[in-house]
Design a protein around this ligand. Sequence first.
Ligand SMILES: Cc1cc2nc3c(=O)[nH]c(=O)nc-3n(C[C@H](O)[C@H](O)[C@H](O)COP(=O)(O)OP(=O)(O)OC[C@H]3O[C@@H](n4cnc5c(N)ncnc54)[C@H](O)[C@@H]3O)c2cc1C
Ligand SMILES: NC(=O)c1ccc[n+]([C@@H]2O[C@H](COP(=O)([O-])OP(=O)(O)OC[C@H]3O[C@@H](n4cnc5c(N)ncnc54)[C@H](OP(=O)(O)O)[C@@H]3O)[C@@H](O)[C@H]2O)c1
Length: 370
Amino acid sequence: MSAVSTNSSHWNRDHPFAARLLHKRVLTSPQAVKQVVHVELDLGDSGLQYLPGDTVALRVENDPVLVREILELCGLADDHVLKQALLRDHEITQVHPGFFKHYAAFCADPALQQLANDSKQLRLYMEHKQIVDVLRDFPAQPSADQLRSCLRRLQERQYSIASSQTQSPTAVALTVGVVQFDSHGHVRQGAASGFLADRVTPATPLLIHIVSNANFRLPADASTPIIMIGPGTGIAPFRAFLQHRQCSGMPGRNWLFAGNRRRADDFLYGDELLAWQKNGFLTRLDVAFSRDQIDKIHVQHLLLQQAPLVYQWLQEGAYVYVCGDARHMAEDVQKALLLLLEQQGGLGPEAARQYLVSLRQQQRYQRDVY
Ligand SMILES: Cc1cc2nc3c(=O)[nH]c(=O)nc-3n(C[C@H](O)[C@H](O)[C@H](O)COP(=O)(O)OP(=O)(O)OC[C@H]3O[C@@H](n4cnc5c(N)ncnc54)[C@H](O)[C@@H]3O)c2cc1C
Ligand SMILES: NC(=O)c1ccc[n+]([C@@H]2O[C@H](COP(=O)([O-])OP(=O)(O)OC[C@H]3O[C@@H](n4cnc5c(N)ncnc54)[C@H](OP(=O)(O)O)[C@@H]3O)[C@@H](O)[C@H]2O)c1
């Protein structure tokens, strides 16, 4: 592991560093279901330091067009104080049940009152909606204070670091999946991913700090083999791991399970990964393109296809890392690992579970899922 420490910097949530955009490129084709952008920030002389596995926390700035739409809907277009607050202080993209509870106090529409009291209906309604869509569906004329009382504080967004500081001492790279969907004829974007994908220019100050992640670290022994499982944007920290191991001349074997929807549209960092595979630095690369055939193939299917070799690596001391979707992928991968241990190790379900617990206790099974 490199000798840099992540504690050395005085930048933090209350005192973020204003980084500048160095470089941005779209990693996906125009046909891709979900756009993913590679974003590189200049750390200048900030002294900011990070290790592979750390994340960048970004202070978000909301979309001025969306802010204007909200102000106009509420009849508050001339309120400049409110405008600044909506830009920088409040969540205006994520809807949450608390919003309805408070907003129902200012909006007399009985349909809204009913919705606010029916948690099942509310959950269904909230899918594919942002605050602005609710204001459109249930018009009211709240005062600025009333509107602000309905809104939560704007939270930072975190992104896994996709670069190694050993290779790029004054830069940091991110892999950003752009949240974008259609809501009744309006294109809606996520606050931070939309900001990074479409609104940031080289002149925009990007307020960031590093979040250290001691629970997602390369093995201390540079010769230890690693198995990395990261479909979609889950690839990000593994690009950092691989850059770091390569730059530092670490001899350990590297096995990556990656994937996305279609090879032609969203093979993230495909050229780099294939080059690493070709020159042997990436010992194995298994990529699941879920929608390139009729039956879906996901990373856990490839993991099970390679079960004997995965088990052999585990018996040889490999560390296993999982990054990406927490809602489905991480659990499905864990189930596949348990099945693999049962099959290859001749273990019962409880013994397989204990094996995984033991890996976790030895920090040989680490997850960074969101
Ligand atoms: C530790 C950590 C590491 C992370 N690393 C990465 C990373 O490397 N790359 C990355 O891209 N993200 C990463 N994330 C997620 C990232 O922090 C943001 O949550 C993500 O970019 C969305 O933020 P946003 O502001 O763009 O969207 P928001 O404004 O927060 O909107 C997101 C909301 O939109 C809704 N939504 C999302 N997609 C859809 C859809 N298709 N249809 C309808 N509604 C939808 C959901 O309700 C969700 O609550 C990470 C998160 C954590 C906690
Ligand atoms: N509605 C939402 O709120 C929403 C929607 C999408 C993403 N997100 C967020 O964005 C994060 C990452 O998004 P992303 O686009 O990089 O990745 P993603 O949406 O998780 O998709 C990446 C790849 O993973 C596959 N996949 C889907 N389900 C899987 C499973 N159970 N096991 C293994 N692989 C699976 C996908 O295939 P298929 O899709 O073809 O099955 C796709 O090929 C998610 O963790 C989530 O937090 C949120």
